[in-house]
Design a protein around this ligand. Sequence first.
Ligand code: ASP
Ligand code: MG
Length: 421
Amino acid sequence: MIVYKFGGASVRNADAIRNVASILKSCEAEHLVVVQSALGKMTNHLETIWKEWIEGEKTDSSLEHFKNYHLSIAKELKLNDVCLVPLQAMFSDFEKMLQATPPRDSDQAYDQIVSWGELIGTCLVHLALESEGLPIEWVDIRHVLRTDSTHRAAELDWERTRKQTDILKSHFEKGQRNIVLTQGFIAESTFGNTTTLGREGSDYSAAILAYLLDAQSLTIWKDVPGMLNADPKWFNHTVMIPSLSYKEAIELSYYGASVIHPKTIKPLQNKSIPLFVKGFLSPTEKGTEISENAMAEQPVPMYIFKPKQILISISPRDFSFIVESNLRDIFEAFALSGLTINLMQNSAISFSVCVNEDMERISRFIDLMSSNYAIRYNQEVELLTIRHFDENTVRQLAQGKEVLLEQRSRHTLRMVLRKKV
Ligand code: ASP
Ligand code: MG
């Protein structure tokens, strides 16, 4: 058994879906689970519909766009009306939901709406793949994945989910080729409500299923040919990384590399299931392998760049040292304001943190702290993390910039930088 994950870009139009069909046709595994996201940028669009719904505005034209997007792909794929009955049924259920009053909890409403991207997207792709003659079945993953009720960022209930795994296994028979197509990102709470695992959570869904099914491998199909040592959006000379250890992949995603969802690696590592990151436009190329002992040779430097950061400096108003009770106040305020810390450092009289430029949460944080602490901040700074750094490149990258803060460990260098004026 192997698991494949296809994200939104890999199924964004009719040609892309035909390409998925050809990848599946050339896959030799007898049993295959395919985890799929919403088509293209449909999750963003559904977020708009959600906002309209909870604010009591009209959703008609946004819904129309959502339907037309899927229907025009179906038309291009030459799926006839009879074949599209299941898809139409889903559209009308979605429409009915939008006519009802949203639940009071807006996060719960979010999950109810946004999950249609995955449900309808997989329904369409299922119909397309079936019409290509693939032995494929559609499964509603909400019958399998069980979570708590933290809407928009649900935590998996591993015990209860484990008990549901037979639902998936029952679709496979020895000696017979079968493909199960299901949704990433969505799940169901103990109370029977739809939940989601957080944006970009489909990678994690795929890793959970690989773990539960003792898969031989998981392949995440991406619009890049594998993992690069930096984001080509920011760096000119990127190189492909042929292999990477689980540990290294976890470190990279912790520092903010966005190729794979940070929670993806751990379940795979626990069962030594290799993860392949491959390009759906170059399926015969090897891509990147992430596994236990990969990357024994000289590692290449890897760069993670986060623009639009804010460096906040916090000091007690009574000029006292930063001691444990201050740290407790500071961390509590971070947790309460929902602000994520990207880097932190303290000196005797101040505590500095680098955070994303999220002014709403930052002002919530300042409100909580300002009676006892003086808060200053630098806007428009950048956070650069280099794994396996060498002095030459560090000097080059810091050129023309002021280093506001620097942290070094044996393998990792982190700098908060600001353009010199
Ligand atoms: N469709 C969801 C999103 O866009 C989940 C995913 O693609 O992983 O965030
Ligand atoms: Mg995606």
